[in-house]
Design a protein around this ligand. Structure first.
Ligand code: PBG
Length: 328
């Protein structure tokens, strides 16, 4: 018989039963932490699959209402809305973004009417609306213009706030946009409209399936405004700016390859931190699951828990409904 080792520390004692494990558990994930992104499309009774996002559909507003009901039943109360704009309505300046009866605004009004308790979040960026797929206005040389874009984004945020969006989420990475949007909202009486700033948003390869969903693949890349994946000190600078400009929530995006960034900024701000498990992260998990190589539910739960462990308070995930149901 092996004699027992003389150990004072036996960490396994804290793992010896489910009851003990739950007492020492440091991080929890609940449906309250989840934000479900959804793609909206014009028409009625439309449910159009997105090949690179298994299980996710572009939904017309009537079907989105049914989907919201399912989310609420599972305990999810926050939705991020992304309109899929008809290519015929796109132009180089993204004018459709300022249409008060545009798809996003109509969806917002319908959802709010039926489910006033929902928290609705909308992206403030022009990419869904422009023919070139960039988040801002582009000059003849292809440069994305900062200040002109910010001006446009302020108008866009106002239209969203007027339609009933609770949280506007500038995802464009222009300089100074958080302060400018805060000013524009306040001036028009929207002091209660929150700003979730995409603070550290990286020029990432993981946005591919999202761009498939919207038909918004940009001409060229977004490296002139989104952050370089090589950098994390730069995220500290963006945090300081967004805080000083009046952001309510800061976001890191993508999530899993950038956990170090979440952990790094956690002690630098008292503000809540959001993380976006982006389309490519979700697609990788689902592709492996479809091959029988991963259990999608367990892999999703673990990824989202780890994103919270790194320091995020809330997570955007295409798997939000599946996860919330698993947590119930
Ligand atoms: C738009 C925007 C993007 C995403 C959210 N808002 C794409 C991009 O910046 O090109 C990506 C979300 C995802 O991949 O799930 N600015």
């Amino acid at each position: 018989m092996t004699p027992p080792l003389l150990l004072t520390d036996r960490p396994r004692r804290n793992r010896k039963s489910s009851a003990v494990r739950s007492l020492v558990c440091e991080t929890t994930l609940t449906p309250n932490d989840l934000i479900a992104p959804h793609f909206i499309v014009a028409g009625k009774n439309v449910r159009s699959p997105i090949k690179s996002l298994p299980g996710i559909y572009r939904l017309s507003i009537d079907l989105l209402l049914g989907q919201a009901e399912l989310l609420l039943e599972a305990g999810i109360r926050a939705l991020a809305l992304f309109p899929v704009i008809d290519p015929a309505l796109k132009d180089p300046e993204g004018c459709e973004a300022l249409n008060p009866s545009g798809l996003l605004q109509e969806a917002t009004r319908s959802l709010k009417k039926r489910f006033p308790e929902l928290c609705l979040i909308a992206d403030v960026a022009l990419d869904a609306y422009t023919t070139h797929g960039h988040d801002g206005l582009v000059d003849e040389s292809g440069e994305v213009l900062n200040d002109e874009t910010v001006n446009r984004l302020c108008q866009m945020a106002l239209i969203q706030a007027e339609s009933g969006i609770d949280i506007v989420a500038p995802s464009d990475m222009m300089d100074g946009r958080v302060g400018a949007i805060r000013g524009a909202l306040d001036e028009r009486g929207f002091q209660q409209t929150s700003i979730l700033a995409y603070t550290a948003k990286y020029a990432s390869a993981f946005y591919g399936p999202y761009r498939d969903a919207l038909g918004s693949h940009p001409s060229g890349d977004k490296k002139g405004y989104q952050m370089d994946p090589a950098n994390s000190r730069e995220a500290e600078r963006e945090v300081a700016l967004d805080m000083s400009e009046g952001a309510d929530i800061l976001m890191v995006k993508p999530a899993l390859p950038y956990l170090d960034v979440i952990a790094k900024i956690r002690p630098l701000t008292p503000l809540p931190i959001a993380a976006y498990q982006v389309s490519g992260e979700y697609a990788m998990l689902m592709a492996a699951a479809q091959n029988g190589w991963l259990d999608s539910k367990r892999a999703l739960l673990e990824s989202l828990l780890c994103i919270k462990r790194a320091g995020a308070d809330m997570v955007f995930s295409y798997g939000a409904l599946e996860v919330a149901r698993a947590l119930c």
